[in-house]
Write a protein that binds this ligand. Structure first.
Ligand SMILES: [Zn+2]
Ligand SMILES: [Zn+2]
Length: 423
């Protein structure tokens, strides 16, 4: 497989932090205090000390000194300049086109083998509008050495990827947490979920991002993860139990499916099943481990049901990938990127929150190769391939086979359930 350094780099998770006892972190913070983030080099008490001393220092300054500092740090002039440019479509168009052309030129020089795209063209100076010319001359006159992009910038530029996009317009509230008022000493965990790339199973790519409360359970978080397994079509059976067709899943079917498909989360070598069956995924995994030769058994132990285990009772490492398996063999990984105390300005309810969902790539119709496929047709001789992916209009045009042979038409997941702000 031929991956660019960028892809290899982005598929790499970690390094992980030391273990963080979330309950100890909570008890170290006092309700109502300034929240603090802990990172891989987390030293919360030291950070708080610095914040407090800066704040005390500020209050000792007299009004004239405070005003002098405020006017020195003020960026209102820059903001006005930026707003003026961004609110003028002609100026904004010039800025974005110039930037895109520079980036493309750097790319092509750094990677000569790269497929050449149509080169972005600059407007002819003759046709340039006076306001655009004024802005261009102003930019060209900037004396700052680091202002222009040089060839060395190539190492820091990468094309935008699918995982940079977001299907959500606003933060999406999934649950009803916090469950009780007065949990002001709660913490927020910022979690990123990764899936395997469909074209490179060894590599992971960001699928979604969530914010969960430490007072919530692993199960609350698990149920917030969007996954196309939840959209598998439902089988339609006849009286004798044979499959006679499939139908798309509706949102009411999600609940019944979540309780029957099974799930397991592994955090720090402890397996948490969903407790929905007498022998859930975690019990079965433990049984499987027992069948392995003693020296090759993974060191895992059985935890309680994921719906009974709160994050506040766990010790976790930041940037350490933890494993989720559900719905047969659908796998996800997740990392906690940061933990901080709740702040009065944080959303009051609706946790877990979903802040980002990478748009799902749909399979394209094999007939017109233009629009996403809606159906997977099984057993239709006319296509010479089974199953065959086809869009709605193309399938209507083809129609059912006239020779009476039986075909199965299976609806393809359209990534509607759980993928947008409204579902
Ligand atoms: Zn899944
Ligand atoms: Zn089509």
């Amino acid at each position: 497989m031929n991956l660019t350094p960028g892809q290899t780099h982005e598929a790499y998770l970690g390094p992980s932090s030391g273990p963080i006892d979330i309950a100890a972190f909570l008890s170290a913070g006092h309700p109502g205090n300034t929240p603090e983030e802990i990172g891989t080099s987390g030293a919360p008490s030291q950070a708080r000390g610095l914040q407090l001393s800066a704040r005390e220092e500020w209050s000792t300054l007299d009004a004239a000194q405070q005003e002098a500092v405020q006017s020195e740090c003020c960026v209102d002039d820059l903001r006005a300049l930026l707003n003026d440019t961004m609110s003028n479509p002609r100026l904004m168009n010039h800025v974005t086109r110039t930037h895109d052309a520079f980036v493309q030129a750097i790319y092509e020089t750094a990677e000569p083998t790269r497929r050449k795209r149509k080169r972005a063209t600059f407007a002819d100076p003759e046709d340039e509008l006076p306001e655009v010319r004024a802005l261009r001359l102003k930019h060209e006159a900037i004396a700052l050495k680091c202002w222009p992009l040089t060839i060395h910038a190539a190492s820091f530029i990468r094309p935008s990827k699918q995982s940079d996009h977001n299907t959500l317009v606003n933060v999406k509230t999934i649950g009803s947490g916090p469950t009780s008022e007065g949990q002001r000493d709660d913490a927020l965990l910022f979690v990123t979920v990764y899936n395997r790339l469909s074209w490179g199973q060894k590599f992971l790519s960001r699928a979604s991002q969530h914010v969960v409360l430490s007072s919530q359970t692993i199960g609350d978080f698990y149920e917030a993860i969007p996954c196309s397994s939840n959209e598998r079509p439902l089988e339609v059976h006849d009286d004798s139990g044979d499959i006679i067709g499939y139908k798309s899943r509706q949102s009411d079917d999600m609940a019944t499916d979540a309780s029957t498909s099974g799930a397991m989360v592994c955090i720090e070598n402890v397996l948490y099943g969903d407790g929905q069956d007498e022998h859930d995924y975690a019990d079965k995994a433990m049984q499987l481990v027992q069948t392995l030769p003693e020296n090759s058994r993974p060191h895992v132990s059985l935890g309680a049901s994921m719906h009974d285990v709160k994050f506040a009772s766990l010790t976790m490492r930041l940037h350490e990938p933890y494993w989720i398996v559900h719905a047969g063999k659908c796998e996800h990984w997740f990392i906690v990127s940061s933990i901080r105390l709740r702040h009065p300005s944080d959303p009051r309810s609706g946790y877990p929150l979903t802040t980002q969902i990478t748009p799902a790539l749909s399979e394209i119709c094999r007939v017109c190769t233009k629009v996403p496929a809606l159906f997977s047709v099984v057993g239709d001789m006319r296509f010479g391939e089974s199953p065959f992916l086809i869009c709605g209009p193309c399938w209507r045009w083809m129609g059912e086979p006239k020779d009476g042979s039986e075909v199965l038409v299976v609806p393809v997941p359209v990534h509607e359930l759980g993928w947008s702000n409204t579902t």
